[in-house]
Ligand binder design. Structure first.
Ligand code: PLP
Length: 399
């Protein structure tokens, strides 16, 4: 690997070369659970971590290892760990940093699954949390207590696309000698590099843009080697949250086109956001690429481009929002994001339904908010679809 390779060259070539035996260019899929050793000492050396190698499928796999090394390269991390889902990545990273009696500061409008994990399962094991407005450094600073071990943020957030200044939060966490964990799912390393901005751990739902084709559930954690080793051996492996070879192969394949896919997602999303902002039947549009976004300047500083997710409120409230998504013909109503297809959803009744109404309001998630994952179709077709659905709802509401 050349040290001066740029992102797309690394995405295609790093950690991958033709198979020595067959000459096959694409990554071999090795489903083996068991691995043999020359002698007993070699087995001990691999299990103890003295030599890098696989020994039992629950603790790692060779195809997954290629993916882990590639992700470490792309995020600029010492090492990475492939796991069974984005929620596995998030829960493993949190469990590795918190013991019973420890506390984590968490950004307010966090992904619904992360909110649920922290407010239902984690407290049963003594892990404390506070949901805090992490756009304000004064709020982050004052939320840190004697037993705080980490700050957990997501930027831009799901679904309201609020940004958090990673560099500024990292200054605070470094001063307090606690970990900064960043969910980089919406951006991927192509658009944002949290570790370069001072974060300690990056978590991903690889289910989204990294795989990019809507056919894998997976997660990745990137960070320091000693942290990743601990997460592999003492959390992921013991809890059985490992990723399998076939899914690792699919993500490796997806990553080869990550750059070109994201360029198109971002171009389409910018045009869609500009269209929605001008539309008389739309109340409010949330997209970091719009000058009207309150953190547009921060977005330009810490993100390469503005991403593929656009959120907005349709005039007429919750029912109009639901009627609107039902009237769409290209965009599919779906819980996921980051796929070639344009996907739409209503967070209050779908991805964030586990969050109580009063908290949704406090987190700035309007009940009529709609989240659009802008796909790879021709943008004129996506916009015509939005236009016909907006018109049909406008007619019903004005009757
Ligand atoms: C920002 C973010 N993080 C994490 C997750 C969880 O990922 P997974 O569904 O792969 O567990 C999601 C899922 O939508 C997400 O949007």
């Amino acid at each position: 690997m050349m040290t001066n390779w740029k992102f797309n060259t690394l995405a295609v070539h790093s950690e991958q070369s033709p198979d020595e035996k067959s000459g096959a260019v694409s990554q071999p899929i090795i489903p083996a659970v068991a691995y043999s050793f020359e002698d007993a000492d070699a087995a001990v050396a691999v299990v103890s971590g003295e030599i890098d190698g696989r020994y039992y499928g629950r603790y790692g796999n060779p195809t997954t290892r290629t993916l882990e090394k590639k992700m470490a390269t792309l995020e600029g991390a010492e090492d990475a760990l492939g796991v069974s889902s984005g929620m596995a990545a998030i829960s493993i990273a949190l469990m590795a940093h918190l013991s019973s009696g420890d506390h984590v500061v968490v950004t307010k409008d966090v992904y619904g699954g992360t909110h649920k994990f922290l407010s239902t399962i984690a407290p049963r094991y003594g892990m404390e949390h506070d949901f805090v407005d992490c756009t304000s450094m004064a709020c982050v600073e004052s939320a840190i207590k004697g037993n705080t071990r980490a700050v957990y943020i997501e930027t831009p957030s799901n679904p309201s696309l609020t940004l958090i200044d990673i560099k500024a939060v990292a200054k605070i966490t470094k001063r307090h000698n606690i970990a900064l964990i960043v969910d980089n799912t919406f951006m991927t390393p192509y658009l944002q590099k949290p570790l370069e901005l001072g974060a300690d751990v990056v978590v991903h739902s690889a289910t989204k843009y990294l795989n990019g084709h809507g056919d894998v559930v997976a997660g990745i954690i990137c960070g320091e080697k000693k942290d990743i080793d601990y997460m592999r051996k003492d959390v992921m492996g013991d809890l059985g949250q490992n990723l399998n070879a076939w899914e690792s192969f699919l993500i490796l394949r997806g990553i080869k086109t990550l750059g070109i896919r994201l360029e198109k997602h971002c171009r389409n999303a910018q045009k869609v956001a500009e269209f929605l902002e001008m539309h008389p039947f739309v109340d409010k549009v949330y997209y970091p690429g719009l000058e009207s976004h309150p953190q547009h300047l921060l977005a330009k500083q810490q993100m390469k481009k503005m991403g593929g997710i656009v959120s907005f409120e349709v005039k007429g409230g919750v029912q109009a929002g639901k009627d609107f998504i039902s009237a769409l013909k290209i965009a599919l109503i779906s819980f996921s994001l980051g796929d070639p297809e344009t996907l739409v959803q209503h967070p209050a009744s779908m991805t964030h339904s586990s969050i109580p109404d009063d908290l949704l309001a406090e987190f700035g998630i309007a009940k009529g908010l709609i989240r659009l994952s802008v796909g790879l179709e021709d943008v004129e077709d996506i916009i015509s679809d939005l236009e016909q659905a907006l018109l049909s709802v406008a007619v019903t509401v004005n009757k």
